[in-house]
Design a protein around this ligand. Structure first.
Ligand code: B4P
Length: 193
């Protein structure tokens, strides 16, 4: 099993690149953002609670997202590997993920960290907000709040994985194809070990 975390601030291209990577390497795509939006669309209790938090640009409580990931892992017993997109977003989520993977006798192979400047992030998200219908993309105030939340709680996730030498930085500006090719070359170095 080969498991990847695609890491980076909001708007860095995680969702965009994940769609390509899961197809290329036959991985199961686990995006906590997508899982939460599916709860919102189905108007579940969890979804209604999450929507209010997401609309402020804040992070949903760790227990909620860890529970969603635990079920998704259980539901895919024959996976060749998982691509985690937008998860983990706190150190507590990282520790919980390590434990869940250990129970399944596997681990994270690599953390690919997309690096994109702040103004480019704001531009991309507001631009997506013009068509996505996502309420967290259509106000500059909320977009900037998400970036602040990233610096406060999520950027330390990279430090957590650095202690295990698992982090590779990837330039996240340029064409989608160029970035995809950088990601693939890092994955292939590790697959050929
Ligand atoms: P997510 O759904 O994870 O959304 P994101 O970080 O905003 O987007 P992403 O990074 O995937 O978008 P992409 O760059 O692909 O999270 C949404 C919310 O859910 C969070 O704020 C939080 O409230 C909650 N949540 C999710 N996971 C959580 C967790 N683990 N714990 C707690 N809360 C959680 O796309 C952005 C735009 O850029 C697109 O329009 C795309 O077309 C464009 N783009 C991509 N690559 C580009 C490139 N190379 N050049 C130009 N534009 C590009």
């Amino acid at each position: 099993m080969f498991n990847i975390i695609l890491f980076g601030p909001p708007g860095s291209g995680k969702g965009t690149q994940s769609a390509r990577l899961v197809e290329q390497y036959s991985l199961i795509h686990l995006s906590t953002g997508d899982l939460l939006r599916s709860e919102i669309n189905r108007q579940t209790k969890l979804g209604l609670e999450a929507k209010a938090i997401m609309d402020r640009g804040e992070l949903v409580p760790d227990g909620v997202v860890v529970g969603m990931i635990a079920s998704a892992l259980d539901n895919n017993p024959n996976a060749k590997g998982f691509l985690f997109d937008g998860f983990p977003r706190t150190v507590a989520q990282s520790e919980a993920l390590d434990q869940l993977l250990e129970q399944k006798k596997t681990a994270i192979g690599v953390v690919l960290a997309l690096e994109v400047g702040e103004e480019e992030l704001v531009k991309r998200l507001l631009n997506r907000g013009l068509t996505s219908g996502r309420s967290d993309d259509n106000s500059e105030e909320v977009v900037r709040a998400r970036i602040i939340e990233y610096h406060k709680k999520t950027s330390v996730v990279a430090d957590y994985y650095k202690q295990f030498n698992k982090v590779v930085k990837i330039k996240g500006e340029g064409s989608v194809e160029e970035i995809f090719s950088s990601l693939c070359s890092e994955i292939e170095k590790r697959l050929s070990y």
